[in-house]
Write a protein that binds this ligand. Sequence first.
Ligand code: SAH
Ligand code: SF4
Length: 341
Amino acid sequence: MKPFLAAATVDELKTYCKEHGFPAFRATQIDSWLHTHCIIEPDKMKNLPNDLKTALKQDFHAPGSTVAEISSSADKVDKLLLKLHDGEHIEMVTIPTDKRLTFCLSTQVGCPVGCYFCASGRNGLTRNLTAGEMLEEFCIGTAHAGRPDNLVFMGIGEGLLNFEELAKCLNTLVDHFTFSPRRITVSTSGFVPGMKKFAALKREFNLAVSLHAPDDVTRAKLIPPKLRYPVAEVLAAADGIAKANNRQYTLEYTLIEGINDSAVHAEKLGKLAFAHHAKVNLIPYNETGGMFRRPRAKVIDDFEAAVGATGARITRRIERGSEETAACGQLRAVKKRNSGE
Ligand code: SAH
Ligand code: SF4
């Protein structure tokens, strides 16, 4: 498969230029377009000669993805549906919040975990994204909304099941795009083998664990058994990451009516979070047309207060772009439905 220009390092570009008869300083110029300006289209690299632009377009995906559709919400959250080089679709979201710009990026086409409440996993996994495709999300988002302050890998897919490519993307963001690891968050459904590899990276990336339940019985109502690990093992793996990178992790908790929203759940969750020095991020459920419902506002408020009463730190996900297709994977799901796939 053709390499992705977005993932090329300056050394690889130097080798490429040498092999194709271009002087080494051209590699430095491409490197600057790429890593300083996030430009991945050779035609926009103004100081390159035409024969080099043509060669780059021929030998690399530059880019492989194009913006197929943009859905904007009233509060300036833009969801970009990207068409990949093979015709598959993924989503990335640009989210401006008080003075900060955050991008939410996808790691896979579909998701093999298949959480019962999530649109992304409804049809399983189609394929992994390459590091180059994830970096293209970053660059396309930057062209659309400007350079982000924060990156969260919370779009479609379970990144830790695509560990090698995700790690390559993360390391490239830090080492070549000079993005601070402290401004990057990887969200996982609690895939323990991947969490162990993530700890071994020993870099200061933030971790968010989609716990959704303080006990295994409740968790089994949300995540199918195939890729689900026990709560105790997930928390032990998260502690291992915190030890390796010295960062406090987040427990994400998607709150769903009648499933995980009782006072007992809240108290257990608060105690767990407190004991593990983790903070809780409460995500009121975005309905996706399935059987799950979002709790009433008072239930959400009471749940938040009950977790807080245990001494645990809790924040609520700021509700942005809360229109029809706001939740993870929904725009792609609608696209698939409309095209009859
Ligand atoms: N696979 C990873 C990352 C992608 S999902 C994970 O599960 O953590 C990112 C977050 O979005 C998860 O916490 C997930 O529970 C949440 N999510 C998915 N669908 C949702 C929905 N319809 N409403 C609210 N949160 C949702
Ligand atoms: Fe996959 Fe995360 Fe959706 Fe679960 S919540 S199906 S792990 S994307």
